[in-house]
Ligand binder design. Structure first.
Ligand code: DAH
Length: 333
């Protein structure tokens, strides 16, 4: 038999057997068959080397050695592979430091909202919730925002393309939390002292201080003798409770359909005044819309941008940071 052919046949069979060995025992069996010192097939091949003509012996001897090396290597590799699971299972180094858990945390806006509720709770305001998908009555009509008012422009609101309210009118993502004033007055009698915190949606051009979704805290206090002085006191106390005694707040005359008189609320940040919300005395038309008698009750209302306060406290200069979900940013809170 041609020795070279015998070598390659042997190699093919040996490698196949090694590859197919599923455990250490059957691998050992293959080792005995193909590489065993006593009676292994290698022995027969080695004899062939001795039988060839002297001039080719060197070459055939080398071929024999190469095959032997390759089969040995395959065996060792297979052995290491089969031994692996056992090795890791027993090789636990108890002196190594453990893997630290990374725990989750509350989003800065959520933390801020919880703190706002807490502060307002101390002033006697109860936190209530309202839906984010609204009808025109609660987002506009009852808030004294007439049909032709620019605030109702479809380009300034996220109207839902197909869904309709039960009354048949269009639905939209609420553009302000003032909607919750209406919902609350519809279902309770005065006196009322509530806040409502949550998301609002506007198709604004997004920049460092604007986002098409942000959070507001709405406040409403209704009673027999609620005054503008109380409104100013509550907002001053609120700002100081959240930002510290040194915060400066100012009120600027303004206009909102649902309050009369109305003010805009600004806060000093470095050398700049930043607007943080609007407020005022509830307009008699709003009371009429919910069935209250404006001759008997009065009230104040306010709506504040939650992110603006959080940005001021934590020196965050770009509102978009809150919504990017970059953990390097979120971990700071
Ligand atoms: N809803 C107003 C806005 O989103 C803010 C506001 C102003 C709320 C005056 C009020 C208010 O309750 O009385 O711009």
């Amino acid at each position: 038999m041609d020795p070279i052919q015998a070598f390659s046949e042997y190699e093919r069979e040996a490698l196949e057997a090694i590859e197919n060995a599923g455990d250490e025992q059957s691998l050992e069996q293959s080792r005995i068959t193909f590489l065993g010192k006593k009676g292994g097939r290698l022995k027969d091949l080695q004899k062939l080397v001795g039988q060839v003509a002297a001039e080719v012996r060197r070459e055939v001897g080398k071929a024999f050695n190469d095959v032997k090396t390759r089969v040995n290597e395959a065996l060792e590799a297979r052995k290491a592979l089969l031994a692996k699971p056992k090795a890791t299972a027993t090789a636990i180094d108890v002196t190594l430091p453990g893997t630290p858990f990374s725990t989750g945390g509350l989003h800065p806006v959520t933390q801020t909202m919880r703190e706002f509720k807490d502060i307002m709770g101390r002033f006697g305001f109860t936190a209530v919730e309202g839906p984010e998908i609204e009808d025109e009555r609660h987002n506009f009509v009852a808030l004294n925002i007439p049909e032709a008012h620019p605030a109702r422009d479809p380009l300034d609101n996220f109207y839902l393309a197909t869904a309709r309210s039960w009354a048949g009118g269009p639905l939209l993502l609420r553009s302000q939390t003032s909607t919750v004033q209406i919902r609350e007055m519809e279902k309770t009698k005065p006196p009322i002292r509530i806040v409502s915190l949550g998301r609002v949606y506007r198709p604004d051009t997004i920049d460092a201080t604007h986002s098409c979704m942000f959070h507001q805290m709405e406040g409403l206090m209704v009673g027999e003798d609620v005054t503008m002085a109380q409104l100013k006191t509550v907002l001053h106390l609120f700002a100081k409770a959240y930002l510290g005694e040194e915060v400066t707040v100012r009120f600027r005359p303004s206009f909102f359909p649902f309050t009369e008189p109305s003010v805009e609320v600004d806060m000093l940040w470095g050398d700049d005044w930043i607007e943080v919300g609007g407020a005022g005395m509830v307009d008699p038309n709003v009371f009429k819309a919910v069935g209250y008698d404006p001759e008997e009750v009065q009230g104040f209302a306010f709506g504040l941008g939650i992110e603006r306060f959080c940005m001021r406290r934590h020196e965050v200069t770009d509102i978009r940071r809150f919504y990017e979900n970059d953990v390097r940013f979120l971990r700071q809170f």
